[in-house]
Ligand binder design. Structure first.
Ligand SMILES: [Zn+2]
Length: 682
């Protein structure tokens, strides 16, 4: 690990901060916090914190001695000055001398001491930062340092490597840790830095560069110490000769992890994030992975994200995936039962009254393949996968020089069930399509984009399929979706594209099969090639997409929803639209066939019949042409229905959304056309 200090970047940040009236100390602190936060081996996802002691005016212009300390909800790598709220220093430091203080009272008291009442909550470690007399304080959960402290003889190793360090035994972060550090600093006022057993490291100095580079130096020394250990500490297991691809087993993992939900037909599913590397493979392929991966996690704050430890799956063998699925579901059941017992034990120990969290593992280690992060959203799954990678790094380093030991389960439980975390539970509300993965074909524009946007806003992870590379890129970045360029009429392209979604998120739960085209021509003279193209796009592509998605849904075993875009032409054909109408009518039969064949697996197949909405197919020019042909105005043409209301893409998207969520409707056609007797389903 090396220093990333760069004077010119620092000066640039100081100047831009000065223009916004930000104090220079805070600008420097913002800079050094980002330097630490950009190194994943030091801090991950809200772990670690920093502070600077400075003077600032309040709203009335009175100057105060303050501690600007990392606020909760900010990521160190991208922090802004607003992410380091100012707290009155003297009363904050004084809190370390109070005999007891609950977490909730600590948070409330820290808020009362903020100069800006709208600022984020100061870090739970703010009191600790205030008790250290130096201007700059840096704190990280360095993987390498933790590999050294989490050993049976961790203290000896640390003392040997850093003779002048002050060692703090493990206590729960927050008020108790602040009290202990305060006491230690009174006993040894010349402390240069602190190493917290099973937690991390603090460096501090009046000079910001010195404090930052002390951190880098200590972590580099710890890394060097680990490098002297065994490079491959894990004895390899005897694994099947051929392992399947991650995309083949991901749907089985999603299936095994799913649990019954509140609504029948809508189980609590999970999104996955797959990772593999040489280091991960050496870890998961080890003969004793079931031991070292389940001793406990590397850093107590990880318990909030990944629980005490992950699940080790059986080793899958290519061509024998049924056996893998069976072994995995037994493994998940045992994991969940053990988790329930762990909760019961520790809830009783801490006086009862805690709300149990779900027992589902957040990491699945798969020998011969890699690891999967598990979350309620792609974001959560990726955070868990990042933490899993850090866990693998710490345990690999620790085993290389000795034996990895984790904190006792009581300590990990106390963090996982921290009162502040329990309070957050009450506030968290899930959206109806959270935990679901949806594909929208023809999703880069018009109705498809409208549907994709709606599914996303309801919480789904969305993959937009479209043939236009540039358009799909723009649409996907606009709504935060995955982009997949795909010609849905080509079987191989469809297979590859769906596999990409499975590789990224683990499976598929919803297919919106929307791509289509309004091919025209009278049957007596239409070109055969054009007629066939109509069937390729309006019939075959829907079958290809549905077939691929249904195979994955069947493997998951958690049902699913497919919604096709049939159009008015399927029910009420018009002259000159034979290629369009006949291909869409065939699609309507396809909808029913999928409903019949997969209903028993809880997979719904429905369709939306929409008419006369402004899209890429029905342009303003075409509307003008048709209105003129009927002798009505543009407006009258668009409102030419029983309700005399124009139907928008948004109205039709709502119908798709409804059918994507419906768990008790299949084989149905939902009409959204303002009312048209000829197109009514009969
Ligand atoms: Zn910490």
């Amino acid at each position: 690990m090396q220093s990333r200090w760069d004077d010119s970047s620092l000066q640039a940040l100081i100047s831009s901060c000065a223009e916004q009236g930000v104090n220079e100390d805070l600008a420097i602190r913002t800079y050094t916090t980002r330097l630490l936060g950009q190194e994943p081996r030091l801090v991950l996802h809200g772990g670690g914190n920093t502070s600077v002691k400075t003077r600032m005016p309040d709203a009335l212009g009175c100057e105060h001695d303050v501690l600007c300390v990392k606020g909760s909800g900010w990521d160190m790598g991208t922090i802004m000055p607003a992410g380091l709220p100012a707290v009155e220093l003297a009363p904050l430091a004084g809190l370390a001398r109070v005999s007891t203080l609950s977490d909730a009272d600590l948070v409330a008291t820290q808020r009362r001491l903020l100069l800006d009442p709208y600022a984020p909550d100061p870090s739970i470690e703010a009191v600790l930062h205030a008790t250290i007399p130096h201007k700059h304080v840096d704190h990280t959960h360095s993987n390498a340092i933790v590999s050294l402290t989490n050993q049976p003889n961790g203290e000896d190793i640390v003392r040997d490597l850093f003779p002048d360090t002050t060692i703090i035994p493990y206590v729960m972060p927050g008020f108790m840790l602040a009290q202990m550090v305060c006491k230690q600093l009174e006993e040894s006022p010349g402390a240069k830095h602190l190493i917290l057993m099973c937690h991390g490291v603090f460096t501090f100095h009046d000079d910001p560069r010195q404090s930052y580079e002390d951190m880098i130096r200590m972590c580099a020394a710890a890394e060097k110490r680990l490098d002297a250990g065994a490079a491959r500490p894990f004895l390899p297991a005897r694994l099947p000769a051929e392992a399947p691809e991650a995309s083949e087993i991901a749907p089985l993992i999603r299936g095994a992890l799913a649990r019954p939900g509140d609504v029948e037909g809508r189980p609590d599913r999970w999104i996955l994030d797959f990772r593999s590397s040489d280091q991960i493979r050496a870890f998961v392929d080890g003969a004793h992975v079931g031991d070292y991966a389940t001793r406990g996690n590397a850093s107590p704050d990880h318990s909030i994200r990944i629980k005490r430890f992950g699940l080790v799956a059986p080793a899958p063998e290519s061509g024998k995936l049924d056996a893998f699925a069976e072994g995995l579901s037994v493994g998940v059941r045992n994991y969940c039962n053990a988790y329930d017992a762990y909760f019961e034990r520790n809830n009783a120990r801490s006086g009862g009254g805690l709300t149990q969290l779900d027992p589902v593992p957040r990491i699945v280690y798969v020998p011969g393949v890699g690891l999967f992060g598990v979350g309620k959203s792609a974001r959560e799954a990726s955070v868990c996968a990042d933490i899993a990678e850090a866990t693998v790094d710490v345990i690999s380093g620790a085993e290389g020089i000795g034996t990895f030991v984790a904190l006792p389960e009581e300590d990990l439980f106390d963090i996982e069930y921290w009162s502040l975390e329990q309070a957050k539970l009450a506030k968290s509300v899930e959206r109806p399509l959270n935990r679901q993965i949806a594909i929208v074909t023809g999703g880069a524009s018009g109705l498809g984009l409208e549907i994709a946007r709606l599914l996303r806003s309801e919480g789904a992870e969305v993959a937009i399929f479209d043939i236009h590379a540039e358009r799909v890129h723009q649409a996907a970045s606009e709504i935060g979706a995955m982009e997949v360029v795909c010609d849905v009429t080509v079987p191989r392209a469809v297979e590859d594209a769906v596999r990409k979604v499975v590789c990224r998120h683990g499976g598929v739960d919803v297919l919106i099969s929307n791509a289509g085209g309004a091919f025209r021509g009278s049957l007596d003279c239409v070109d055969d090639a054009l007629f066939r193209r109509a069937f390729e796009l309006n019939f075959w592509s829907h079958h290809l997409m549905a077939r691929e998605c249904v195979r994955i849904m069947e493997a998951q075993g958690t049902g699913g929803a497919i919604v096709f875009n049939v159009s008015k032409q399927a029910l009420n054909p018009g002259p000159g639209f034979g290629p369009y109408g006949t291909s869409k009518a065939a699609l309507m039969a396809l909808v029913r066939q999928y409903a019949i064949e997969h209903g028993a697996s809880g997979i719904t197949a429905n369709a939306v019949n929409a008419d006369r909405i402004r899209t890429m197919l029905l342009t303003d020019e075409l509307v003008a042409e048709r209105a003129a042909a009927r002798g009505v105005t543009h407006e009258e043409y668009m409102r030419g229905n029983l309700l005399k209301r124009e139907v928008t893409a948004g109205d039709v998207a709502e119908a798709f959304l409804h059918l994507a969520k419906a768990t008790k409707t299949t084989g149905a056609i939902l009409t959204v056309d303002g009312g048209n007797v000829a197109a009514m389903v009969r």
